[in-house]
Design a binder for this molecule. Structure first.
Ligand SMILES: Nc1nc2c(ncn2[C@@H]2O[C@H](COP(=O)(O)OP(=O)(O)OP(=O)(O)O)[C@@H](O)[C@H]2O)c(=O)[nH]1
Ligand SMILES: [Mg+2]
Length: 387
């Protein structure tokens, strides 16, 4: 999952760090560290200077002190003298340490806006090649610019800061506040909770309904399925097959029937059965097909679903983002499920779709089996991307 994007991001970040290292001149910044107090507190002269002095210096000192101690051995007056001598010596060394620290310098790099645009091109390409939507690329660019441009960055930390900044930006893109669907279902007092699944042909709606039913059953919620795809030959049978496996009821009409009427019957049946959830399978349709979108609007008017979930194939990249946007504009969507993440090496749609539509990704489909539906976890995506 997302292998290409991960590799491209890694490559781009390495290249940018290297270019910063090679192309941007070093600037030396003196650190105004005030460590006087710390130095003053230092106790015995033997311990204190060890860390800050080079080996030969230390050796000389130790020898000098040993000599002095020898000389002073047994002479009380000399002991007092030694104490007097030690005092100024210590102060002397403290001063040395203090001035050395004042001169401590940090080598930094400062990236200008112009240079940033040039450097960011590498990352921009990596993102665009992997289906990240243009507006999302722009957002990442703005975030990184804020963190990196015209700021002295410690030379040794360029790569870390760049990496952190990108991670922060992607995290923000993925965090669209959402309530846990299962909790939302459980909270609804008047049963059933109705979910309509919509999307283009073959995006994985029917399979997702089966997987969602399986997931809800594991949470001890009862389900009824509605075969509102009265259009495509075999659609009803496909849903029934899943229903048999899952041991749930399906409400279906003949092919060519009004899908809104099937929804009505399905919801009534759900009410009678006191089912917790009614899941509506709709026919795949292009968002550009005016008649089919009108039909969808009618379904929504009759069914009044609690949740309209757009199901899209993550593998189609920018297309799925366009579709989600169009479905949202026509019938309105509340959440997104991206399927086929298991075969998506790019991952751009996953990064982009929430930011572009403002709707949360609820789950991702990771295979064709009943268990292959995972709650969307931004942290997992970040880890998968190697950020
Ligand atoms: N690898 C993989 N395949 C999936 C996933 N989800 C669905 N599929 C496959 O995609 C194909 C289409 O899935 P369907 O569930 O029939 O799609 P649909 O949206 O209901 O299709 P229409 O009803 O024709 O619009 C099937 O072969 C599924 O097994 C997934 O997460 N990963
Ligand atoms: Mg279907």
């Amino acid at each position: 999952m997302f292998k290409f994007l991960k590799e491209k991001l890694k490559g781009a970040l390495t290249k940018i760090s290297k270019d910063v290292e090679e192309e941007i001149p070093d600037e030396v910044v003196e650190t105004p560290k005030e460590e006087k107090q710390e130095v003053k507190k230092k106790p015995a002269p033997k311990k204190k200077p060890k860390k800050e002095k080079k080996e030969p210096e230390i050796k000389e000192e130790v020898e000098e002190k040993e000599e002095k101690q020898e000389e002073k051995k047994g002479f009380l007056s000399k002991i007092f003298k030694k104490k007097e001598e030690e005092q100024p010596e210590e102060v002397e060394e403290e001063k040395k340490g203090f001035f050395a620290k004042l001169k401590e310098k940090v080598v930094t790099k400062k990236i200008s806006t112009e240079k940033f645009d040039k450097l960011f091109w590498e990352l921009e390409l990596a993102l665009l090649e992997n289906n990240v939507a243009v507006e999302v690329v722009e957002k990442i660019k703005t975030d990184l610019k804020e963190d990196l441009v015209d700021k002295p960055i410690n030379r040794a930390e360029v790569s870390t800061i760049l990496h952190k900044s990108l991670k922060k930006s992607v995290e923000a893109l993925l965090k669209t506040p959402t309530e846990d669907l299962v909790e939302e279902i459980k909270k609804k007092k008047e049963k059933p909770y109705v979910i309509a699944f919509i999307g283009v042909n073959g995006s994985g709606k029917t399979t997702t309904i089966a997987r969602m039913t399986h997931l809800l059953q594991q949470k001890k919620l009862t389900c009824v399925l509605v075969a509102a795809d009265t259009f495509r030959a075999g659609a009803k049978e496909q849903l029934k097959e899943w229903a048999t496996k899952l041991k749930v009821n399906v409400i279906a009409h003949d092919y060519g029937a009004d899908p809104a009427a099937v929804c009505y019957d399905g919801i009534e049946y759900g009410k009678k059965q006191k089912a917790d959830v009614v899941l509506i399978d709709t026919a795949g349709r292009q968002h550009s097909n005016v008649n089919l979108i009108k039909q969808m609007e009618k379904i929504m008017r009759i069914a009044k679903p609690d949740k309209k979930i757009f199901v899209g194939e993550s593998i189609t990249g920018n297309d799925v983002v366009t579709q989600a946007k169009a479905f949202d504009q026509s019938v309105g969507i509340d959440g997104i499920i991206l399927t086929k993440a298991d075969v998506d090496e790019k991952g751009g749609a996953t990064i982009s779709v929430s930011y572009v539509t403002g709707k949360p990704i609820l789950y991702i489909g990771t295979g064709q089996e009943l268990g292959d539906l995972e709650p969307f976890d931004p942290e997992k995506i970040i880890t998968t991307l190697g950020l």
